[in-house]
Design a protein around this ligand. Structure first.
Ligand code: NA7
Length: 537
């Protein structure tokens, strides 16, 4: 597809879930729009993270688009939680069905982008300058979790066996049957991978540094009746999701933890543990704000670990301590704790016995013990939020780099725009609810706002929209203040929410913790006042 290089309205960077949604909606509003994607296929996160067990922790019905009723009526999800392949199939279907691929360039990386003060357009270099485009608007739909954390394991380059990473698991991995495998990392990715491969591999070693709080998913097939019932009221369901702080209707409990007695408390925890999924976190209204309430629910989880895991010593090492449930991303997985009862699974507590070095054939631990390995699988996480921006040389007014503007953290206005970088917008990343909510709903919210804003700009001849520095610093303070009202930023344990999982990264609580509803109010307060906080010209 060719674009006249100077009449491109919008360049969308990334064709994952957010890029596809934005491209589709802008195209339908008559904008000339191009999406570029560095991978050779669309799907972003759901194309790359194809490790065994990869699955979303938001239910299928809600982790999808509501823009087209025929689509949501016709598409059939198979399970309560969608697996990676099914989500990818869905996104590919959307691209095909709505004829979007003619607006997408695959295997195309944005390597540099510079704002041109004279023309109020961006000059964007694709694939190291092999091509250049000049869009009016640049929208970074690059994903909050798309840049992997650098490998920081001693001696890993000495190791001669296979190394896989969850974030770009190969298309044709070797058969793991009977192999000796070490998984490093027990966040969401590790906790999904571990139970998925344990029944296949010969020996599985789980290298755990910080134990996570793992909530059972209780995944299952969806029944025809359930599917029909949801489809009958899909529009209302989407509306209700949008009106919920987490972007999805969950069985929130308005009662506080200590308003009920011990027995009632246990009953509530138990019911939610059995139901599975993230509504466990909303068992009581104060779980994420009152440390005592949080301690009560985590005591329940530690008891569950004791109940499930046969070996008391293994159970002890699996129990998280020293940080609050929710302060690090809560994990939803299937048969996680049960997996440690398998005879071929060994927990290696890296806090007690750290990796001394990898060797050509395996790994040596601090106690001098050696483990021979065929495969090392790294589930070591991401340089969240800012990581996907740091590989692009983005320059705003006077050539100032985004890296410089963000040296103390990803400051922005409303999670949408950065002062000094006119006509650049962010999709579902730092400064907005993004990862703290159902991403599909967060994306929809941003798509709506950006589409309406661009239409307003088009109708009013606005060629340049820039966040005001004051509005930006106020929003940055708001993001910080709101986070401090919760237990999110309270803990010593490293968390990608705060950048503390990456050595040397500026630490700040990056997503907006106030929920989608408060956030929507802030968005409307700006757009309703002729885009207050932006200078339009
Ligand atoms: P996470 O949640 O950041 O988990 C990464 C894990 O890897 C975590 O357990 C880390 O331990 C561990 N890790 C990282 N580096 C090391 C080293 N050097 N040695 C040992 N262990 C290490 O990433 P995920 O991919 O699991 O999940 C990211 C999000 O994707 C998830 O929350 C969903 O939203 C989807 P640590 O905690 O640092 O002690």
């Amino acid at each position: 597809m060719s674009h006249n290089r100077h009449d491109l309205d919008v360049l969308v960077v990334g064709a994952g879930m957010s890029g596809i949604a934005l491209l589709w909606n802008l195209r339908d509003r008559g904008f000339s729009v191009l999406a570029v994607e560095q991978c050779d296929q669309v799907g972003g996160t759901w194309y790359r993270n194809r490790y065994p067990g990869a699955r979303c922790d938001v239910e299928s019905f809600d982790y999808s688009f509501g823009y087209d009723d025929e689509l949501q009526q016709e598409w059939v999800w198979s399970m309560r939680y969608p697996g990676q392949r099914e989500i990818l199939g869905y996104l590919q279907h959307v691209v095909e069905r709505f004829d979007l691929s003619q607006h997408i360039r695959l295997s195309t990386r944005v390597t540099a982008a510079r704002f041109d003060d004279a023309t109020n357009r961006w000059t964007v270099e694709l694939n190291e300058g092999k091509d250049v485009v000049h869009p009016r608007f640049l929208v970074m739909a690059v994903g909050a979790l798309s840049a992997p954390k650098d490998i920081d394991l001693p001696g890993i380059t000495e190791y001669t066996g296979t190394v896989y990473r969850t974030f770009d698991w190969p298309h044709d991995p070797e058969d793991l049957a009977g192999k000796r495998v070490l998984v490093v990392g027990t966040g969401s990715s590790g906790a999904q991978l571990i139970p998925a491969i344990a029944p296949i591999v010969g020996e599985l070693y789980v290298g755990q540094r910080t134990p996570g709080f793992v909530i059972p998913a209780r995944n299952r097939d969806l029944s025809a009746e359930e599917i029909t019932a949801v489809k009958r009221s899909y529009t209302e369901r989407r509306k209700a999701n949008r009106a919920n702080p987490s972007g999805v209707v969950r069985a929130d409990n308005a009662t506080a933890t200590f308003e009920v007695d011990e027995q009632e408390r246990r009953r509530e925890y138990e019911a939610r543990w059995e139901a599975g999924g993230l509504s466990f976190l909303t068992a009581f209204s104060d779980v994420m704000v009152d440390p005592h309430a949080n301690a009560a629910i985590t005591d329940f989880m530690r008891d569950k670990i004791d109940e499930i895991v046969d070996d008391p010593d293994v159970a002890r090492h699996l129990k998280p301590t020293g940080y609050h449930l929710g302060a690090r991303r809560p994990i939803v997985a299937t048969d996680y704790y049960e997996t440690f009862n398998r005879p071929n699974v060994t927990l290696v507590d890296l806090r007690v016995n750290p990796i001394s070095t990898f060797t050509p054939h395996g790994v040596r631990l601090a106690d001098e013990s050696e483990i021979d390995l065929d495969v090392v699988a790294l589930a070591t996480g991401f340089d969240a939020f800012t990581g996907s921006f740091s590989t692009v040389d983005i320059r705003g007014i006077d050539g100032r780099t985004l890296a410089e503007a963000w040296q103390h953290g990803p400051v922005n206005y409303l999670g949408l725009a950065v002062s000094g970088f006119p006509n650049m917008f962010l999709m579902a990343n730092a400064g907005s609810p993004s990862v703290l909510s159902n991403m599909a709903t967060a994306i929809e919210q941003h798509v709506d706002w950006i589409c309406a804003a661009f239409e307003h700009f088009r109708d009013n001849g606005v060629q340049r929209a820039e966040a005001d520095p004051d509005a930006q610093s106020q929003w940055t303070t708001t993001v910080d203040t709101v986070a401090r009202m919760t237990l999110f930023p309270t803990d010593g344990a490293s968390s990608w929410y705060q950048g503390t999982n990456i050595e040397g990264k500026a630490s700040s609580f990056m997503p907006f913790a106030g929920g989608l509803v408060e956030y929507e109010n802030a968005l409307l307060a700006s757009s309703g006042e002729d885009y207050a906080g932006f200078t339009l010209s």
